[in-house]
Structures are given as structure tokens and as C-alpha cells.
Design a binder for this molecule. Structure first.
Ligand code: T3D
Length: 267
């Protein structure tokens, strides 16, 4: 068995990143956090990487924090906060800010921070057998990794409250019906569908997609006036990319565009 906590497979234009602690349902320990951080930074600095697929090894996606690391020998628990500041919060910020789409392929249970890290990705596909569990309330904690921010925005306040307060698992199909994820797919089709999507993103106008991510994220804090201003500015930036020129040319010539994903402005 491969002992590395994060596995990376390079494909043309994208990378598959696998959380790899299957015996603990891919729960996070420090080594996994550090390896994931390095993996995301490497992907970000590689201009050939234009999308990323995040999934889990074995039967789970991720069970959040490894609780073995939270119990001392004396049977006492630890005071928390430090790990959020050092690892979980930077991870969520990074996933939201990466300048290309992140597809989560949720292959099994996603619990605690594992659920909210999946929801921080741009497009969430889940196997029909998967479920999402805001497990925090069951152990006396508060949803973290952005859960209290993103859940009400995705499913509305009533459902977010009940999910967070009960810690009840939400099956993938219901998550799709509630608008919490993009799609629930047959278990056997999950990776094929997720890779197909990443392949499409890898051929897409990457800078434009990064600007779309930014526009949607910033919209939560903006009124309409501010958002219209932001759209004007981001559209200006998008229009300077070679991919915009190529997109219009390809449309007029009735052919498939060949996007480079580059940002160098036209002169
Ligand atoms: O710094 C901080 O600590 C703050 C940050 C907090 C972030 C958080 O994520 S807090 C929430 C932590 N996560 C949980 O509370 C979830 C705990 N796990 C579960 O509730 C259940 O395991 C699941 C609902 C995820 C899945 O249930 P099930 O029945 O499919 O599997 P299982 O039998 O419970 O688990 C399989 C194995 O994985 C089992 O080990 P074993 O008995 O086969 O040796 C289980 O102990 C282990 N496992 C599952 N989750 C964790 C874990 N081991 C350590 N930590 C876990 N989180």
C-alpha cells in the first residue's frame, strides 16, 4: 500500500489529487495537510495545469480531522483553533482562489471538515453511495472549513441549520436535489465523469474561468452596484486575453476554439 498521504497523477492539462489515508477514511493529520498544501502550490505554479480533480482513496472521501490526534494519553482533548489557523482556513482560501477550476469527485462519505472542503471546490460530483455529514455537532464542535458560510448559501438557512445541528448524513442524491452539489452519478461513472469535466476545463479559457470564480465569490459581499462595477473590471481583464480573441475568431469561423489558457494581454 502506498503510504504517501497525498497521491498526484498528472494528466494532460490537469492533475488528479487523491487524499490517501483510506484506513481512516482519509481523515486529515498534519502530514496530509502539509502534503496537500505543497501539491496545490505546485499545481498553481505550473502553467500547464488548468484544472484539478480532488478525490479520496478507498471507500471514503474524507472524514475531517483525524480524531486520534485530538486525544492525549491522559484521555484529555486539546484546545482547538491553531489547526484551523495553520491548516484548514488556508486550505479553504487556497481552493477558492486557485486560478483554475477544482472538481471534487466525492467517492464516499465526506464528514466534518471533509464535507466542507468538498463544498469549497468549484464543481462537486458525488457517487450515489456517498453522503455529506456535518459531523461536528456530534462531538461538541462547530462546523468549520467554511461550513457555516457556504452551507446556508448553498441550501438555504433552514436546511443548513438542521444539517449543522443534527449532524445527520445527507445522501448524494438529496444533496443534488437541494442544490448543494452539481451532480450525483453512478458510483462506477464518478471518475470518468470527473475526468471528462477536468479535460474540458483543461481546454477552456483558463483566465476567464478564474475571473468567473472571483466574480461569483465576491458577489456575496457586494450590492448590485458594486457587482456591476466588478463585472465591468473583470470583463475588461478577460477581453485582454488571447483566449477571448480566439473565442470570437473561432465562433466566426465556425470551428472549435484552441484556447491556450494564457493571460498575456494583447498589445
Ligand atoms: O483542529 C481541529 O481538530 C479542528 C478541526 C476540526 C475539523 C473536523 O473535521 S472535526 C470533525 C471530525 N470528524 C468526525 O467527527 C467524523 C468521525 N467519523 C464518523 O462520524 C464516521 O466514521 C463516518 C460518518 C465518517 C463514517 O462512518 P462509517 O460507519 O462509514 O465508518 P466508521 O466505521 O465509523 O469508520 C471507519 C474507520 O475510520 C474506523 O476505524 P476502524 O474502527 O476501522 O479502525 C474509524 O475509527 C475511522 N475514522 C473515521 N473517521 C475518523 C476515523 N478515525 C479518525 N478520525 C476520524 N475523523
Amino acid at each position: 500500500m502506498d503510504e504517501r498521504p497525498i497521491l498526484v497523477e498528472r494528466r494532460t492539462g490537469y492533475r488528479i489529487v487523491t487524499l490517501n489515508r483510506p484506513q481512516r477514511l482519509n481523515a486529515f493529520n498534519e502530514a496530509m495537510h502539509v502534503a496537500l498544501r505543497e501539491t496545490l502550490s505546485e499545481a498553481e505554479s505550473d502553467p500547464a495545469c488548468r484544472a484539478l480533480l480532488l478525490t479520496g482513496a478507498g471507500r471514503g472521501f474524507c472524514a475531517g480531522q483525524d480524531l486520534n490526534d485530538r486525544l492525549s494519553r491522559a484521555g484529555e482533548t486539546s484546545v482547538l483553533g491553531g489547526a484551523l489557523e495553520a491548516y484548514y482556513n488556508p486550505l479553504v482560501r487556497k481552493l477558492r482562489a486557485l486560478p483554475f477550476p477544482i472538481v471534487a469527485a466525492v467517492n464516499g462519505v465526506a464528514a466534518g471538515a471533509g464535507a466542507n472542503i468538498a463544498l469549497a471546490c468549484d464543481v462537486v460530483l458525488a457517487a450515489r453511495s456517498a453522503s455529506f455529514v456535518q459531523a461536528f455537532a456530534k462531538i461538541g464542535l462547530v462546523p468549520d472549513s467554511g461550513g457555516t458560510w457556504i452551507l446556508p448559501r448553498l441550501v438555504g438557512p433552514a436546511r443548513a441549520r438542521a444539517l449543522a445541528l443534527t449532524g445527520e448524513p445527507l445522501p448524494a442524491e438529496k444533496a443534488e436535489a437541494w442544490g448543494m452539489i452539481w451532480k450525483a452519478v453512478d458510483d462506477g461513472a464518478l471518475m470518468t465523469e470527473a475526468e471528462k469535466l477536468c479535460g474540458e476545463f483543461a481546454d477552456a479559457p483558463t483566465v476567464g474561468l478564474a475571473l468567473i470564480k472571483r466574480a461569483l465569490d465576491e458577489s456575496w459581499d457586494n450590492d448590485l452596484e458594486a457587482q456591476l462595477e466588478l463585472e465591468r473590471e473583470l470583463q475588461r481583464q478577460a477581453s485582454l486575453t488571447p483566449d477571448y480573441a480566439e473565442g470570437v475568431r473561432a465562433f466566426m469561423e465556425k470551428r472549435k476554439p484552441r484556447f491556450t489558457g494564457r493571460s498575456d494581454p494583447l498589445r
